[in-house]
Design a protein around this ligand. Structure first.
Ligand SMILES: [Zn+2]
Length: 272
């Protein structure tokens, strides 16, 4: 019998969007790109769904989280930062982090990719309980790109409009690190237009002591992989973007050349 991936119940199962419906509606002509790691054939469709979530979970807790994500997207994330611009924002840490966990968990199941650690948080996502202290959320801004004198992409300054390419797209996947093999953690990324959320989830089945929780994050901070934390006090400052939209997309295409058909396109083949 099929059971709900969140509550474990066997009530009627429904289809839950991988990319939230409110985001899909923002781009009615399909201008934005959606990329769900490993779902190569269906990977570019914005309306992908997964069918193992019960009506109760889908219509209550999960849709509340989506509602919250929509409101904060409209308030703070719908316009990308330019070079030198910072964003200070307030948010509800629990709701924002649970939403990122929910989307990551749905995508991992849809991909049949590793979801063991994410599944340990499923019950928490549909409850009102706070998240364990080891759960950390960070954000990296992605600026609109403009070509520099050599035609290479850089982050646009405020008011620059010539040749501007905005960061648009919804991408979800693992945060893959070079020289890293600590399996006690799940690292995920969720890119929402000009903002990339980076999530750190400890394996709740392993004994990770407080000291390890801190030192793991400190190491990634030193490597500049994690910056701009959404702390639990509900106020964060996101530093100006270092990465531009075109460089980010090229990096992504290098990582998933088959999905994007990169090898067939001369323009990108040269750059890669
Ligand atoms: Zn359920």
């Amino acid at each position: 019998m099929n059971v709900c991936a969140y509550c474990g119940g066997s009530q009627k199962l429904t289809r839950e969007h991988l990319v939230p419906a409110w985001y899909v509606k923002r781009y009615p002509k399909g201008e934005a790109d959606a990329f769900i790691e490993r779902a190569r054939k269906a990977g570019s469709k914005l309306d992908m769904r997964i069918g193992d979530v019960c009506e109760q979970c889908n219509n209550n807790h999960l849709s509340e989280l989506d509602g919250y994500a929509k409101s904060i997207y409209i308030a703070s994330f719908s316009s990308a930062l330019r070079a030198g611009e910072r964003l200070t924002l307030s948010y509800d840490f629990t709701k924002l982090a649970k939403w990122v966990i929910k989307v990551s968990y749905n995508v991992a199941r849809a991909n049949r990719s590793e979801a063991t650690i994410l599944s340990q948080y499923a019950q928490l996502v549909i409850s009102d309980a706070p998240l364990p202290i080891g759960v950390r959320l960070f954000c990296e801004a992605i600026g609109p790109a403009v070509p520099d004198e050599l035609g290479l992409p850089r982050v646009a300054f405020p008011r620059e409009e010539e040749g501007l390419i905005e960061p648009e797209g919804f991408r979800v996947g693992r945060l893959i690190l070079a020289n890293h093999s600590d399996f006690r953690w799940c690292l995920r990324r969720l890119t929402l237009d000009g903002f990339e959320f980076r999530l750190v989830l400890p394996d709740r089945k392993q004994r990770i002591v407080d000291k390890d929780l801190g030192s793991f994050v400190d190491e990634l901070r030193e490597r500049k992989i994690l910056r701009n934390e959404f702390t639990r006090n509900g106020v964060a400052c996101i530093e100006p973007p270092i990465m531009d939209s075109v460089t980010l997309s090229l990096g992504h295409e290098r990582q998933f050349p088959v999905h994007y058909g990169v090898e067939k396109r001369d323009f990108f083949r040269k750059l890669i």
